[in-house]
Design a protein around this ligand. Structure first.
Ligand code: BG6
Length: 566
């Protein structure tokens, strides 16, 4: 931002309008030539674009035949040239954009300006998210992929739906039409986002703040949903109350998600199967959407997404819609595309998550999945009252227990310094801790660029144990549960091959410390809730290894907070 200010000052740029975009390189390497905005051949029209134009090669050839030349390799430059070409026959920016967009195939969120019409902007979306912030009395308009970057300027938002075009002129009301020129009444939504959550609050990185925010985030996720009165507890979820029959009658429950959300889904599977005795499949959304899955009106699909904008998960939801399935969203970003595309939903209420590597959203998702499994199991009659009450009472103690784990931040920071040499890691867990092992490995990969794999501990013998030697750190997620003895034997197999063991254990466990090189203790809890505690040391370990390697923790290379393109 400072660099941009200097460029404007040194070039005496006087303007009340601007477009900019942090590009996710799809077509063409990250370079100045491929960077956005792209400008039309005559220099009149400029555009920024988030998405992929799939038929851009054809259009490029056709435009070349009409005398257009291209400075970049990008699909986006082809789009601005096409709009310029359409402008010749329409002589109007909105109609040129409409004509052009009716010729392209793919995903897009675009903002277009024309230097012949200062103060006017045209925006449009299909698949990629786009929101318009409306200033007081239309005195200003701000366009972004989601509300959090503009909410400090206005809380009045217009979320564009697929196939909509917004004609925006300062001082005038926003005009929305469809690709077919049908008028659309703009729906202004007030977004209540806590700005303080958008600052680092004194922490060195957003990721560290978000890790330390988890106790409070869990209280926010459970507020009004986990009710304890006169020593008795109950779970109240409006989604379950309103759609009880549809959820309880489900033939199959299919969870679709990506990345960290997929790991939360794996824990959700175990919770729902154990407490509700319903069969659950967990699917990578990117595979599910193209696999022609067996799905129908008797099935329930649960889409888990922090951003609510992940393209693959959104497409999986749209596929489920086509097959008549009932769709529930477990989402963080209010008003996001996935939240608006589902039949019902449960917001996780952890506040905006800025760090690219997801942390508080993971524990928020697992908490909501726990509440869902408790509510459905109780309604279903498959969950006996004693266990229901036990887990509810224990869930209520988790925020304080998390705070206790977080007090070991400095200890984990020191421990991390002894791992920066490593170029590989293996994470192991069993049962509920297996997805935690996967999540720990993902965190390390995302921000420290160290290769890491997560495995069910018993799978070691069937391959990965070949990798074990004194240079291979093995992280065991070994909190107490019925398979504890089994994981002790797995540790001994590793130790027998000089592997270096770091173990996450339950306070008071005196067996593992005798085997492991390093241990991090977490307070005892019900084994089904242990992931909410055992993941925190793994988040901190990854964070401190990345910091020790002087890496950009909040914006790691090659990653985006939300992948809105395929
Ligand atoms: C990636 C993020 O782009 O998308 C991960 O870097 C995230 O942190 C994954 O887990 C899925 O995103 P979402 O928003 O659908 O949960």
């Amino acid at each position: 931002m400072e660099q941009l200010r200097q460029v404007c000052d040194s070039n005496h740029v006087e303007s009340c309008q601007g477009i900019a975009h942090t590009r996710w390189a799809t077509h063409g390497v990250p370079s100045a030539a491929n960077a956005h905005p792209h400008v039309s051949q005559g220099g009149d029209i400029a555009l920024v674009h988030n998405g992929i134009i799939e038929n851009y090669q054809n259009i490029r050839q056709q435009l070349a035949g009409k005398g257009y030349t291209f400075k970049s390799e990008t699909d986006t430059e082809v789009l601005v040239q096409l709009i310029d070409y359409c402008y010749r026959s329409t002589n109007d920016l909105v109609e040129a954009v409409r004509l052009a967009l009716n010729k392209v195939v793919g995903a897009y969120a675009i903002a277009v300006v024309d230097r012949r019409q200062p103060g006017r902007m045209v925006a449009a979306r299909k698949s990629s998210p786009l929101v318009v912030g409306v200033g007081k009395d239309n005195s200003e308009y701000l366009i972004a992929s989601d509300a959090s970057p503009i909410v400090e300027h206005t809380s009045q938002m217009v979320y564009l739906d697929d196939g909509e075009i917004a004609d925006i002129t300062v001082g005038k009301d926003i005009v929305i039409t469809t690709l077919e020129s049908m008028p659309v009444e703009p729906h202004i939504k007030t977004v209540d986002l806590d700005i303080s959550k958008l600052t680092r609050g004194g922490y060195e990185h957003f990721m560290l703040k978000e890790i330390h925010d988890q106790p409070q985030c869990l209280r926010d996720s459970m507020r009004g949903r986990l009710i304890t009165q006169d020593g008795k507890g109950r779970v109240v979820l409006s989604a379950v109350q309103q759609h009880r029959e549809r959820l309880l009658q489900a033939r199959d429950i299919i969870i679709v998600a990506c990345g960290t959300s997929w790991h939360a889904g794996l824990i959700g599977k175990q919770l729902i199967e154990q407490l509700c005795r319903k069969r659950v499949q967990v699917e990578y959304a990117s595979e599910f959407r193209y696999r022609d899955p067996v799905i129908g009106p008797d099935d329930v699909v649960i889409a888990i997404s922090q951003s609510g904008e992940t393209a693959d998960t959104l497409a999986a939801v749209q596929l489920a819609r086509q097959h008549g399935a009932f769709i529930m969203g477990i989402v963080n970003t209010v008003g996001s595309s996935i939240a608006r595309a589902t039949d019902t939903g449960i917001y996780i209420h952890v506040g905006p998550e800025i760090g690219v590597a997801s942390t508080k959203a993971f524990t928020g998702q697992v908490t909501v999945l726990t509440l869902l499994a408790l509510a459905l199991g109780h309604e279903n009659g498959t969950l006996d009252e004693a266990l229901y009450q036990d887990i509810i009472a224990e869930l209520d103690t988790i925020p304080d227990k998390m705070s206790k784990v977080l007090q070991q931040d400095d200890k984990i920071a020191r421990m991390a310094l002894t791992f920066t040499y490593a170029s590989n890691f293996i994470y192991l867990g069993r049962g509920y801790n297996y997805p935690v092992a996967l999540e720990g490995a993902l965190k390390l990969k995302e921000i420290s660029y160290i290769h890491a794999e997560g495995y069910p501990a018993a799978e070691m013998k069937h391959g990965p144990i070949a990798l074990v030697d004194e240079n291979m750190p093995i992280v065991f997620v070994a909190t107490h549960h019925q398979l504890h003895n089994k994981i002790i034997s797995n540790m001994k197999e590793v130790k027998a091959r000089n592997g270096r063991i770091l173990a996450i254990i339950t306070e008071g466990d005196n067996e593992v410390p005798a085997i492991a090189d390093d241990v991090i203790e977490v307070p005892p809890t019900h084994y089904a809730l242990a992931p909410l505690l055992s993941v925190i040391p793994l988040q901190l370990l990854a964070y401190h290894v990345a910091v020790a390697k002087h890496l950009n923790v909040d914006m790691p290379r090659n990653l985006a907070k939300s992948v809105t393109v395929e």
